[in-house]
Design a protein around this ligand. Sequence first.
Ligand code: AMP
Length: 173
Amino acid sequence: MFGLPRVATGDMLRAEVEKGSSLGREVEPIMTAGRLAPDDLVVRVIEERLRQPDAASGVLLDGFPRTVAQAEALDHMLRAGGRTVDLVLVLEVPREVLIERLLRRAEAEGRADDTPETIGRRLEVYEEQTAPVLDWYAQHAARIERIDGVGTIDDVRDRIRDAFATAGGDGRQ
Ligand code: AMP
């Protein structure tokens, strides 16, 4: 999206579960329960991914960082290469709309963590562990754009594209 490789930790972890690797076996019960995988494990996965040649001129991180410890580790990692987080996109969606979307996705994709119980747990985990990441970025003077995430995929994509274009991206998909 926007000319950048999308790096989604959830997708990467699901691929490990599919493969049945030792990492996949470690994270599967955690993912099914709607909890977060250990920071050091996720940071290792990201570190390796960001070393790939296609990540050299930037990536779109999706689902990472999800804790302040991950944000700190990312900052450290990027700084070592003279890089930084250019833009933090916050997609804002009311809880009831989120739940409705996830239940619809459960029907479409059959993800093991889209059950009503696990969705509730994931929203709690977001409030407890991920929401503080936004305060952390605010304190570290990152550029943060809040995007209204209600509407069609096209609507939301257009809003993201506008925010991205004014952040110095070129608006490519
Ligand atoms: P997602 O596809 O982003 O919804 O992630 C699915 C699940 O993978 C999460 O509920 C966590 O169990 C795990 N996961 C994905 N990204 C992270 C992360 N950055 N830190 C810890 N766990 C993660």
